[in-house]
Design a protein around this ligand. Structure first.
Ligand code: ATP
Length: 358
């Protein structure tokens, strides 16, 4: 199934009569079998968009299509779309078998035996056959998650919607369930939309990432493309962990000046920046390195992550910049650290609009 979102807008009434624009004129076209991941800060409209697609929320304007056919105001039960929620939404008084079978309750064409058979198949697929007669309260978080996913799969939907399905699980189980969901999606080839706060999940699972902010689409593209070619400063700061560093600079004839340092940039880059004066320069933490010669900064915090170290540096004020280094680089807090910027990976943004220039 292809999924089309055209000009989708959802406005809620605010607490004092004002308007909350949760989704603002959103356009996204999803291909058959695609795995699309929505990311963005809390309140940017991810869940509202999913709920509109599921039919749980009625859009203020715009259109939702499945295979080109409009379903904007269709009842949820008439859309063959299954949603997996963050809190699993299992029925506490029903056994696992009946929870999974619940997805089929409207299927008058299936006998009780056929439903049982389908539930058994899905339970086997999800590795929960031995839990079928238990109640949700007797299951671990990971097991409940499997039941919730099983209940979605049993319906053999044309579209899967996942709203942060793994966020209540511990890190190890999350990774495991992540690969399971990917495996299932590959096996069924069902178009899926997945909301997450987890960058690693987004980067590893997505065919394409959709970055939202304030209800508006910021960028849509393959994870590496969004990472390497962010459309604007917001995307640059949101995608990538630790976040990109930003320096307010002035540019003149191939020379970039910051309050505390200056850089000569390539002729090619200077040409692209021609006509701009005030800019924001972006440097990813991995593109800053500790060197003998360069910019002197003060180490405020050292974070040892095992595989690498993060140095939080300042020019003596409140602004912090992050350098990602090998674990063997471990200067003392308070010391001066000299940093070199790898000039081949610089980004420049318009200081007013935030749009990427280079
Ligand atoms: P999170 O990552 O925290 O789940 P989100 O990106 O999913 O956030 P939404 O839940 O879609 O964001 O909310 C978008 C905006 O709409 C927020 O400002 C939220 O407060 C508002 N909102 C959502 N549902 C309602 C509602 N039923 N009534 C009023 N405002 C709402």
């Amino acid at each position: 199934m292809t999924v089309g979102i055209n000009g989708l807008t959802k406005i809620f009434e605010g607490p004092e009569g004002g308007e909350i624009v949760a989704v603002d004129d959103l356009d996204i076209d999803m291909e058959e079998g695609e795995f699309v991941v929505f990311v963005g800060p809390s309140g940017c409209g991810k869940t509202t968009t999913l709920r509109c697609i599921a039919g749980l929320e009625s859009p203020t304007s715009g259109e939702i299509t499945l295979n080109g056919e409009e379903i904007t105001y269709e009842e949820p039960q008439n859309r063959n779309i299954a949603m997996v929620f963050q809190n699993y939404a299992l029925y506490p008084h029903l056994t696992v078998r009946r929870n999974i079978g619940f997805g089929l309750k409207n299927r008058t064409d299936l006998s009780k035996e056929e439903i049982d058979e389908r539930v058994d198949e899905v339970a086997e697929l999800m590795g929960i056959s031995d839990l079928l007669e238990k109640n949700p309260a007797d299951l671990s978080g990971g097991q409940q998650q499997r039941v919730a996913t099983g209940r979605a799969i049993v319906r053999d939907p044309e579209v899967f919607l996942f709203d942060e399905p793994l966020s209540n699980l511990d890190a190890k189980l999350r990774k495991h369930m992540r690969t399971e969901i990917q495996r299932l999606q590959e096996q069924f080839g069902t178009t899926s939309i997945y909301v997450t706060h987890d960058q690693e999940e987004a980067m590893t699972m997505a065919d394409r990432i959709v970055v939202l902010n304030d209800g508006e689409l910021q960028q849509i593209g393959a994870p590496t493309d969004v990472y390497n070619n962010p459309a604007n400063r917001f995307v640059a700061s949101f995608v990538g962990e630790p976040a990109m560093n930003f320096f307010d600079v002035k540019h003149e004839n191939g020379r970039v000046e910051h309050e505390h340092f200056a850089l000569e940039i390539s002729d090619e880059m200077a040409e692209m920046l021609a006509g701009t004066e005030e800019l924001v320069m972006g440097v990813r933490p991995e593109d800053l390195e500790v060197a003998d010669d360069g910019i002197d900064m003060k180490l405020e915090v050292l974070e040892e992550l095992g595989s690498d170290n993060l140095l939080y540096l300042s020019f003596g004020d409140d602004e912090m910049y992050i350098v990602e280094t090998k674990p063997t680089v471990e200067p003392d807090v308070g010391e001066t650290v000299t940093v070199r910027i790898r000039e081949e990976n610089l980004y420049f943004f318009d200081d007013q609009t935030g749009q990427t220039i280079v």
